[in-house]
Design a protein around this ligand. Structure first.
Ligand SMILES: Cc1ncc(COP(=O)(O)O)c(C=O)c1O
Length: 300
């Protein structure tokens, strides 16, 4: 499949649903999970210009990084398979089970997985083990963990602008955070005086510093608000508690959420509505960043 054919498969612009009021606060959802079943949400937005750049500049393949359950790895694997781009993924942890559906998916498509121990993984391009993989594949294009780089931010900025072009009637845009790339891209979009409220899926107090690092100097973080108490202990934590919550939201609103990112954000949003963080009469735009394959992975 060529680039134009892939773009035809991707359903953009994605719809915005108005779910009505919850305790006096109106909630709208940007269903970016509907871009494509496998290359969904922020993953398409982050990969779009990276894939295009790789194809246009004649690279022989792509090298990227991720954990064993990474949504980025899953979506990249799907896109590379469709575009016939050879893929090597450096996976965090030598002990990971290759039978989980993300990694099985990658191996079944003839793509390459290199498992490295956690200390090498942390060193990334400074690790001898990882350097060796890169040296052997010098004509490969490197995409960082979570797909976050300048080209990714350009694609995410587009979804922020897409939202505003569809509907300006909201006060806060809500998004989940892993590496901070999605938040940084949305901050560069045409949000005017609307606030961007971040719900991190993991612990830490590094988020604003990291987002600032990703942004050009002239972009301010003034409209950023961080709600960092709803991470449920970290990426793969709290899943048993979240799975029934996911079912409840699906039954109530026909809205599927994933167990790592968007369900924590929904949970946090509900708490923040109840505790008055969002004023009554205000309107929220919940950015559904996809990741729904994680529902099945986490039931394995
Ligand atoms: C579904 C989903 N939502 C949100 C995020 C967070 O995005 P970012 O890493 O750009 O902060 C990710 C991945 O990292 C994701 O897979």
């Amino acid at each position: 499949m060529n680039w134009e054919d892939l773009c035809k498969l991707i359903q953009v612009p994605t719809p915005i649903l108005d779910l009505g009021e919850i305790h006096g606060v109106r909630v709208k959802v940007k269903r970016d999970d509907l871009t494509h079943p496998e290359i969904s949400g922020n993953k398409w937005r982050k990969l779009k210009y990276n894939l295009k750049y790789c194809l246009e500049n004649g690279y022989s393949g792509i090298i990227s990084f991720g954990g064993a359950f990474s949504n980025h790895v899953y979506s990249l694997s799907s896109a590379c398979f469709l575009l016939k781009i050879p893929l090597i993924v450096i996976i965090r942890g030598e002990e990971v089970n290759e039978n989980n559906s993300t990694l099985k998916y990658l191996l079944n498509r003839g793509q390459t997985m290199v498992k490295v121990n956690r200390s090498s993984y942390k060193l990334k391009l400074q690790s001898d083990e990882i350097k060796a993989v890169i040296d052997q594949n010098q004509a490969f294009y490197i995409i960082p963990e979570g797909g976050t780089n300048d080209l990714a931010l350009e694609g995410v900025k587009e979804v922020g602008d897409e939202i505003v072009s569809q509907d300006t009637k909201f006060d806060h845009l809500l998004c989940s955070l892993g590496t901070g790339g999605t938040a940084a891209g949305l901050l560069q979009s045409n949000l005017g005086n609307k606030k961007l409220v971040i719900y991190p899926a993991l612990r830490g107090d590094w988020m604003v510093t990291e987002i600032k690092k990703l942004l050009p100097k002239y972009v301010s973080v003034d409209k950023l608000m961080i709600r960092d108490q709803y991470h449920f202990g970290g990426y793969a934590k709290g899943i048993q508690q979240l799975l029934p919550f996911i079912e409840e939201i699906k039954a109530k609103y026909q809205l599927p959420l994933d167990p790592i990112y968007t369900s924590k954000m929904w949970y946090g949003m509900l708490e923040d509505i109840k505790n008055g963080f969002y004023p009554k009469g205000s309107t929220l735009m919940f950015y559904h960043s996809g990741g729904l394959q994680g529902v099945n992975v986490n039931k394995e």
